[in-house]
Design a protein around this ligand. Structure first.
Ligand SMILES: C[S@@+](CC[C@H](N)C(=O)[O-])C[C@H]1O[C@@H](n2cnc3c(N)ncnc32)[C@H](O)[C@@H]1O
Length: 301
């Protein structure tokens, strides 16, 4: 299944400041946003990165017509500097999370709607969810569910996992689904399943660590006037982006009670979107997976 790019018009509007620029699509997926960037101007160039080899192959095929203007790299966007090989770019796009392509493939184990192995690896370097569920301490399971999924009463689910695994290994998505159905009231089952699966996926793929690493060196890779556009689907990710933008906009990191600045840091970013941009009602109606998206954009000074 091809992923429908979220807020495509808004992405082009905020990202493209130089029609002849070089843009890094850090989460190229099946190539929807990259294709739109390439089609927006005949001179725009793109570097597309993704951890997922299969998605990258589809993106290559879809953008074949524009091959001279796009390069692809299989890898983690935390290593974006390596792929730029000493160059700077004019914009970054990060469209975080999972693509519909990954979600729809039951052999990847991302969805509770289909039975499959409890895998959830986006690419190499991911941790094993089945291994975690099978061997982690109850306190660690509880912590992952609470921190990455904001799951209500995660202790109940963690305890039931521990009880069930004494009877046999838990290796399939439907086994985990049944455990959750057994402890959560019926009207909360689907909401809880989404949160539990999201939490395990974020943990397995170290998603927040990758974003944190990327943000820390991102500005060294961006030309002045270059744009950062980040779409997140999780409150922790959105908070990380918001905090980073605000710190870089402020510059000075002296304590508030210092009479004069002694750190000498200058602002490095101008925030373009004071509040996160959300998909329109029409977009949500046409593509329900866009409903939790929040877009933030800033410009390198
Ligand atoms: C929401 S999809 C992007 C969809 C894409 N914008 C499109 O239009 O098709 C997110 C993609 O980011 C990739 N991804 C997530 N974390 C990554 C990371 N740290 N490094 C590289 N790719 C990552 C996933 O494999 C997935 O393909």
């Amino acid at each position: 299944m091809i992923h429908e790019p979220v807020m495509k018009k808004e992405v082009l509007n905020y990202l493209i400041n130089d029609p002849e620029g070089l843009y890094l699509d850090c989460t190229v997926g099946t190539g929807g946003h990259s294709l739109a960037i390439l089609q927006s101007n005949q001179d725009t160039r793109v570097i597309g990165i993704d951890r997922d080899q299969e998605a990258l192959e589809i993106a290559k095929e879809r953008t074949g017509e524009y091959a001279p203007r796009i390069e692809f790299f299989l890898g983690n966007f935390r290593d974006a500097g390596e792929y730029l090989r000493g160059r700077r770019c004019d914009g970054f796009l990060l469209d975080l999370g999972l693509s519909s392509y990954q979600l729809s493939d039951e052999s990847r184990g991302f969805s509770y709607m289909k039975d499959g192995p409890l895998d959830m690896a986006m690419g190499s370097g991911s941790r094993s969810v089945a291994g975690f569920i099978t061997s982690a301490e109850m306190s660690s399971i509880k912590e992952v569910l609470r921190e990455f999924g904001e799951v209500r009463k995660p202790g109940r689910i963690a305890r039931r996992i521990i009880e069930e695994r004494e009877r046999g290994s838990i290796e399939r998505t439907f086994q985990l689904k049944e455990i959750i159905e057994g402890v959560v009231p019926p009207h909360r089952v689907y909401g809880t399943l989404s949160r539990v699966f999201q939490a395990l996926r974020i943990w397995a793929n170290r998603e927040l660590e990758s974003l944190d690493d990327f943000l820390r060196h991102s500005l060294d890779l961006l030309n002045s006037g270059g744009r950062m556009v980040i779409i997140s689907y999780h409150s922790l990710e959105d908070r990380m982006v918001k905090t980073f933008f605000r710190e870089k906009e402020k510059g000075c990191i002296c304590p508030p009670d210092f009479p004069v600045c002694s750190c000498g840091r200058e602002p490095e970013l101008r925030i373009i979107t004071r509040r996160p941009v959300l998909p329109s009602g029409d977009e949500i109606a046409a593509n329900s997976r866009s409903r939790s998206a929040k877009l933030r954009a800033a410009e390198r000074i």
